[in-house]
Write a protein that binds this ligand. Structure first.
Ligand SMILES: [Zn+2]
Length: 288
């Protein structure tokens, strides 16, 4: 089975974490309670791999190090099916709540765990809640030092957790002292002159598929890849709910029953691949 999809223009990614890994919610279990919490990630992720598998494409799976350690077979299964295993950090902490050193240690630890399990180099990183901000100026240098080659964590507009306002909406190279790293910002499209992400999270679930498709094609016409992102919990409308205020509840749980169908349609209508392969095929362009 070919997973190459040559000429792919977009990237599809999965943040592999459990249903309770939602940030800044007092009712979410603390890290020392994770091991005893009810877990759905195994079932949901394997189901997601089956949905993706029907389209014969390669995607990037950003594993939370804690999840990889506890469910190593999920990393192995993703790699066995030809997908890229990358890192979502170890402990799902917001970058701006860590010190430089804590961040570095967490990034190194998760990388090593996933590499040891998957038997492949881990090239990519995605921070919890896209929490790189203007308050974490050391972020890219630390990722380079930790050995990462690309990152997909900049949300170039305002949002609940962080957001790093920027005029650069497509991928770009960041040069640091210890080397360089490619940044793939979360894809935003202008909607009523406001930059909106239709390609993951609440807006992906809220928007009718036709809107997602139109906005995605518009991004491609602007010469940018669409970076899609989903979580295993989003294809399981029956997963437990955390207590939270109305606004967060809406954002976290709206239209969960629509995600599976939308993922299938995205994988049919967009030529997607993993970050690793996208970089490989677009090396020259990314340096411009
Ligand atoms: Zn996450």
């Amino acid at each position: 089975m070919s997973k190459n999809n040559p000429g792919a223009q977009s990237v599809f990614s999965v943040d592999v974490e459990d249903w309770y890994h939602i940030l800044d919610i007092p009712s979410a279990p603390k890290m020392n309670e994770w091991a005893s919490a009810d877990s759905h990630v195994e079932k949901d992720f394997l189901k997601l791999l089956d949905i993706i598998g029907r389209h014969e494409v390669q995607v990037t799976c950003f594993f939370l190090g804690w999840v990889a350690e506890r469910f190593p077979h999920l990393v192995k299964e993703a790699v066995r099916r030809g997908h890229e295993a990358a890192s979502h950090g170890y402990a799902h902490r917001l970058v701006y709540e860590m010190t430089e050193e804590e961040f570095y240690q967490d990034a190194v630890r998760s990388k090593k765990i996933i590499e040891d399990i998957g038997g492949r180099h881990v090239l990519g990183y995605r921070s919890a809640g896209f929490s790189v901000t203007k308050d974490t100026p050391w972020y890219f240098e630390k990722l380079i030092e930790a050995g990462y080659k690309y990152d997909s964590s900049v949300f170039p507009g305002p949002r609940g957790h962080g957001g790093l306002k920027s005029e650069r909406f497509g991928p770009y190279v960041i040069k640091g002292e210890a080397g360089e790293i490619i940044e793939f910002p979360i894809t935003l499209a202008k909607f009523l002159s406001k930059p909106v992400c239709f390609f993951g999270g609440g807006y992906l679930r809220l928007s009718p598929y036709t809107v997602i498709r139109i906005m995605g094609k518009r991004v491609l016409r602007e010469g940018r890849p669409v970076v899609f992102y989903v979580h295993p919990r989003e294809i399981n409308p029956g997963h437990p709910r955390l207590a939270m205020n109305y606004k967060r509840r809406f954002k976290s749980y709206v239209n969960l029953n629509s995600t599976e169908g939308k993922i299938s349609r995205i994988l049919s209508d967009f030529r997607v691949t993993a970050f690793e392969r996208y970089i490989e095929e677009n090396k020259e362009r990314l340096k411009e």
